[in-house]
Every structure is written in structure tokens, then in C-alpha cells.
Design a binder for this molecule. Structure first.
Ligand SMILES: Nc1ncnc2c1ncn2[C@@H]1O[C@H](COP(=O)(O)OP(=O)(O)OP(=O)(O)O)[C@@H](O)[C@H]1O
Ligand SMILES: [Mg+2]
Length: 237
């Protein structure tokens, strides 16, 4: 579904992504893990057209997208839940979801159908439909951000550290929701610093360090690898 081949991304002279190749197949749940500053968010921004790509190519469903605008990429069926959630604080839940629908140019009927589906998945949002997103808890705001991304039925959902700053119980609830979204047919690429959590939920993983992919394997193998255990879980092999 997604084929990233040898891309480079720069911020001025900072070489943030170095010749990276990553693939996600239709129906997969893949995670991209790595420490602060590894380049995880930059890679997601490159996929969604928010950060220009130099060299290499990005294909989505057999079409080259690396030179397209963000809007065009979203319309192809990729949605992002950005780092720090970024809900519109003065907009209600309903209005935040509508923004997601507008990005995809959904019709009114499609909007209603999508919103109904999302509200049945996230009953909490239904209770708070008219509440301003900025007044909601961190976990609730994360649900708004996910709901907004789901409006318009993405084929591929990108999530940038959705667990950050949430209490363990809320994180567990969030992960259950992600599993449900995946089981209902959405392909997922999840960026996480919470390595254990990410490798427990995903099928396959990529480990990123200083702008490069340094390891990739199925999630279980990565979780048990000395490299991950030593560097991220603080366990001496
Ligand atoms: N707008 C920017 N201008 C200059 N450098 C940037 C910019 N955004 C990111 N960088 C640099 O690019 C590198 C990768 O940053 P990125 O945000 O992708 O890391 P990350 O893996 O998402 O980290 P974190 O887990 O802390 O979110 C870092 O060295 C960072 O300082
Ligand atoms: Mg980041």
C-alpha cells in the first residue's frame, strides 16, 4: 500500500531523514519506534506532504505521491493524527470532526454516516458532541483527533505518539480502540516512543535512530531483540 524508497528530508542543512525505505502492506499494523529526535515525526510529515522530500520516491497504492500537496494526499486516503493531538480548542467535537470531513470533501450524507460510525466507536464523544475540544481531558482530545482523522474513511491512518502524556488506563483504552479500527479494515502506521506498548500492539516494526532505519522485523522478534532490550527497556542482555 505504502512504499517509501530511499527518501531524504532536510530542514535547511539538517539532514533529518537519511535514505529511508519503509513499506506498509494493505491491512497491516506497523509501528515506527525510536528515541527523541530520531526523525519519526519528520517521516510522517514527509508521507503526508507537510515536509518536502528530496531524492527517492513515495508510492501510495501504486501512485507516486512525494510531490503532491497535503490536500491531494489526504484525498487519496491517508489521514494523520498529529503529534500533540492538535485539536481545534475553540471548536466543538462536532466542528472538529467536520474539519476532517472537509479535508476529504465528503458529502453531507457521507459526513453523517461517518460521524455516526465514529460516535458508536467513541461513545464518549457522543456525550460531548457540543463541548469545546479545548476543555476536554487529554484522552478525550486524543479521541477527537482520531475521530477527525477517521472522517472520510482513510485507507491508511498515521498516528504520531498518541499515548504521550496519557495515564496508563487511558493509554490501554486508546490501544483497544486502535486495535478495533485496524480490525475494521484500516491499515495503521503508528509512531511511538513507548516501545513495549507499540511492539505489543503492532505486527511489524521499524526502529529509527538519527534519521536512519537501524532494524526492522516482526514486532515480537524486535521486542525480544537484545538491541531493543538494552537501548529502550534498560535490560542488560
Ligand atoms: N522545523 C524544524 N527545523 C529544524 N530542524 C527540525 C525541525 N523539525 C525537526 N527538526 C530536527 O529534525 C530531527 C528529527 O526531528 P523529529 O521531530 O522528526 O523527531 P522525532 O523522532 O519525531 O522526535 P520526538 O520523539 O521527540 O517527537 C531532530 O534533530 C530535530 O531537531
Ligand atoms: Mg515526533
Amino acid at each position: 500500500m505504502l512504499k517509501i524508497k530511499n527518501i531524504d528530508t532536510y530542514y535547511g542543512h539538517v539532514h533529518a531523514i537519511k535514505k529511508i525505505s519503509v513499506e506498509v502492506d494493505t491491512g497491516e499494523f506497523v509501528t515506527l519506534i525510536g528515541a527523541n529526535g530520531a526523525g519519526k515525526s519528520t517521516l510522517l510529515k514527509s508521507i503526508i506532504g507537510l515536509q518536502p522530500v528530496r531524492n527517492g520516491s513515495i508510492e501510495f497504492m501504486e501512485q507516486r505521491i512525494e510531490a503532491e500537496s497535503s490536500d491531494a494526499i489526504i484525498r487519496r486516503g491517508i489521514s494523520i493524527v498529529p503529534e500533540g493531538r492538535r485539536v481545534f480548542p475553540d471548536f466543538t467535537v462536532a466542528e472538529n470532526l467536520a474539519v476532517g470531513a472537509r479535508a476529504r470533501r465528503s458529502t453531507k450524507a457521507e459526513m453523517k454516516e461517518d460521524a455516526d460510525k465514529i460516535l458508536s466507536q467513541f461513545p464518549r464523544l457522543k456525550e460531548r458532541w457540543k463541548q469545546k475540544a479545548g476543555t476536554m481531558s487529554g484522552g478525550e482530545q486524543q479521541m477527537v483527533a482520531i475521530g477527525r482523522a477517521l472522517m472520510g474513511r482513510p485507507k491508511l491512518l498515521l498516528l504520531d505518539e498518541p499515548s504521550l502524556g496519557l495515564a496508563p488506563l487511558v493509554v490501554a483504552e486508546l490501544m483497544t480502540k486502535l486495535k478495533e479500527i485496524h480490525a475494521a479494515g484500516t491499515t495503521i502506521l503508528l509512531v511511538e516512543q513507548n516501545v513495549t506498548l507499540a511492539l505489543k500492539i503492532a505486527q511489524r516494526g521499524y526502529l529509527m535512530e538519527s534519521g536512519e532505519i537501524v532494524a526492522t522485523d516482526d514486532a515480537k522478534t524486535l521486542l525480544e531483540s537484545d538491541e531493543i532490550r538494552k537501548a529502550y527497556l534498560g535490560i542488560e542482555a
